[in-house]
Design a protein around this ligand. Sequence first.
Ligand SMILES: Nc1ncnc2c1ncn2[C@@H]1O[C@H](COP(=O)(O)OP(=O)(O)OP(=O)(O)O)[C@@H](O)[C@H]1O
Length: 655
Amino acid sequence: MKGTGIGSFGFVLINGEAIQGTINTKLQFNKDIFLLQFSACVGGCYDMKQTIQTVSGCPRTEAEWNVRAAMKNCAAMCSDFSYHCLITKEMNATIEVCAEPKYIQGYCTYFDTADDRIKGLYAADCSKYENRCPTRYHSTKAFLYQACYDLVRAYVTVRPSSTSSTLVITNTKDSTANPSNNTSEDISLAPIIIPIVLVLVIVIIAILILLKRRRRSTPTKRGKEAIDSFSGLKDSEEGTCLVGDTGAEVEEMSPDPSEDIIARIREEYEEKFKEMNKKIQLLKTQKENDTKDKEKLKRQVLEKNKECKTLNNRLQEAKGNIRVLCRIRKCESSNCTRSTKTTVTIDKSSKNHELPKTYTFERVFDTNSTQEEVYEEIRELIRSFLDGYNLCIFAYGQTGSGKTYTMEGPHGNDVEMKDDRGIIPRAMKQVFDMTGDLLVCGWTFQFRASYLELYNEEIRDLAKGSSDDVKHDIVGAKENKTIVTNIIEKEVKTTEEVLKFYKESSKNRTSSKTVRNERSSRSHAIFRLEMNGQVENIEGIKDTCSGTLTLVDLAGSERLDDSANTSTNNETKKINLSLLELTKVLRSLRIKEPPTYRSSKLTHLLKNSLGGNSKTLMIVNVSPSKECQKETERTLEFGREVSKVVLENIPRKNK
Ligand SMILES: Nc1ncnc2c1ncn2[C@@H]1O[C@H](COP(=O)(O)OP(=O)(O)OP(=O)(O)O)[C@@H](O)[C@H]1O
């Protein structure tokens, strides 16, 4: 035996609509040697309830799983939390998995005895993988497995058959590197390999524990168990950190299946959404006296709407409850960044022989990105607000990096329906269009808008403008919304009304000239839209739905010396202090310590949007200009920090 390698990859099969029958999945193996392991996730990773049950309860009895390893001469070692089978190429093995659920998920951990290339993988440069890991890969284990996956993927292809649910795993590795004439030797080595594998597993656990101690991060129980199931390792120590506390973490180890799942859920969602819209249009054209048909259509719309909600939530859970996107500002001057769809690379000075630094985000919008492209990425998330989740979108970045442009658009207060309008006017239109459509089937909605700014740690009600001489205090929270005293919460019924309110109020926002921006916003602007909806459902029972959409344009995050002007120094200090507190809160959420929200007004105000029943999206805005390089790096570091946050999944407030 020349060396011992270890790798793993996951696969996921989704049988779409055909839920009723049994799914028969055949796996054929013709690699040298595999440790096959089936674990977790009966019922689909995106169904939180079922995932919790299966991961924490481990109801993986032989009867439930009915896993039949139709293999001859197979050295099988089964543990009580997952199935392991050691398979060699010579066995020409085929495994049939029969299971009721919609999704089957399995993991195949692979050991290649004739390859030195994987040796020492666990001592690999983790930061290399960390940089490459999209937002939800920030876990010690996750990126180690990501590393394995990368290596294994290089010579294993997973090819789903177009006509049946058969996966054929073929060995595409260079045959000279693994001559077939030594396979009989592999078989005879099988009993030796098992102890080696076990030793290897122990070594991995030890390394992981060490790494975890250094990082001092804490996993969510479910996330940890999901990883354990994935790896087949159990360790009692705490320490790994996953982003997006959902069953989706398991898929995140192997990007392709996860992407695949997201694409399939989206496809299903879009299909249902289209069907619902068709029915809504039909309903709108129904004659007044056609009561019978109308009632039938109403019921169908309500049903479809429920299905859409479930699917959209699965989609958002799969993406993670806290997401970070990055946008690079348009720039005419020298550019220090390079970007792909998911990475930003900062080129360092060649004088100091510094290597370029790459940051990975779920999505990166380059200098040519349009407002529409940015909005398309978050359109589905806005739907979550209408489904009864608190949603917070905020723009973070250095002064002049394009935060206001992204949130509002380039026209200052003129936020009407122009092509380059930003997130706020687009979101308002989507919200009122979508709820307007649902009115035909009996839904009623009430919306209340408020617009506050935090300037020098003082809350101002922008809706009151200069006449606002009353003190505003945060007095706790009601129904998951932070309550602020003496503010205007205007009832709005249409897109036009809400945008008029926004436009009038934003005239009062505090701005001044800074080195980098003629009209720099010197305050955090927090626009909130509160929704309460009711409908009588199919069974005649009242169904309610409520949520708060918070859209935040943070003040510029530049360092003190960048602002130079002494009159703004105080402002800058306060801004930076509150941003620092925001970072601390996010860090606390990450390491599962209770955050001290009250240490700044900003975090106190955003309390209900940064934990618990909320979905959070941060857009880190950066300038690509060389002069801003240091600030750009700081911003990207911040974005990376946020992308490590784990949020609890608390049921939405839809009763
Ligand atoms: N993607 C873009 N395309 C075109 N122009 C842009 C883009 N991003 C920003 N700008 C322009 O750059 C200038 C500064 O942008 P903006 O005011 O949005 O920055 P900011 O981050 O909000 O700054 P501050 O924190 O100082 O308020 C504005 O004139 C804006 O119109």
